[in-house]
Design a protein around this ligand. Structure first.
Ligand code: PGA
Length: 232
């Protein structure tokens, strides 16, 4: 199974900066790299850098491919553009856009229908882990967010680790990944995200059955991202 490093740029970079970034990684052989760029830049980037792999950071949950839905971008539109991956259910979208497990599942199913691999994000808040409720919470998120098909990447992103510098221990990651494996039919592509940097990527790579990293802040620095890919 391919081991991915998914660069989640979030709402960062001007178009010029995004192009420069892609130019500078152009000559290296980064088969595992997936860049989740801002929606507005995808068309330009995929046209100019056909050898790189790009993901969308979100997609509409509306089942129609076209229609009167102001501001929405359908999975069909992403697929027409040649996009192969799409992040769904990221905790920042759940927080700022009130997205739910139900909409995450709808988005994941639409992606699969249009040959896009959804990168489904789940994870608990700090207080749930402190109260030892995290496994039940994650289990419920899984049941409510996952599509019927197994053709997805599952990203464990505990909210207390995103942008905080706190990362779970390898044992804590293995506990959650075991839950995933017990609940879902294999093979599964399991990814961890939250405060990854070049100092901790090598250690996290030792987690049993981990297939990828979802990198936020550190993916905005080209040297740091290259070091993460190397460590990984
Ligand atoms: P971070 O973000 O690496 O900046 O913690 C990860 C994410 O939100 O996907």
């Amino acid at each position: 199974m391919t081991r991915h490093v998914i660069a989640n740029w979030k709402m960062n970079f001007s178009l010029e900066e995004a192009i420069n970034f892609c130019k500078n990684i152009q000559d290296t052989n980064y088969d595992s790299l997936i860049i989740a760029a801002p929606m507005l830049y995808l068309s330009c980037l995929i046209t100019n850098f056909p050898h790189l792999t790009f993901a969308a950071q979100d997609v509409s949950s509306i089942s129609e491919s076209y229609g009167s839905y102001t501001g929405e971008v359908s999975a069909k539109m992403l697929s027409n553009l040649g996009i192969k991956y799409c992040i769904v259910g990221h905790s920042e979208r759940r927080k700022y856009n009130h997205e739910s497990n139900t909409s995450t599942k709808a988005k994941a199913e639409l992606c699969i229908k249009h040959n896009i691999v959804p990168i489904i994000c789940i994870g608990e808040e700090r207080k749930m882990r402190d109260n030892n409720q995290h496994m039940d919470y994650i289990k419920n998120q899984l049941f409510e967010s996952l599509p019927q098909s197994n053709d997805f990447i599952l990203a464990y992103e505990p909210l207390w680790s995103i942008g905080t510098g706190n990362i779970p221990s390898n044992a804590q990651l293995e506990e959650v990944f075991s839950l995933f494996e017990n609940i879902i039919a294999k093979p599964l592509s399991l990814v961890y995200g939250g405060s990854i940097n070049s100092d901790n990527a090598g250690e996290i790579a030792k987690v049993r059955n981990i297939n990828g990293l979802l990198v936020g802040k550190s993916s905005l620095d080209i040297e740091e991202l290259q070091k993460i890919i190397k460590a990984w």
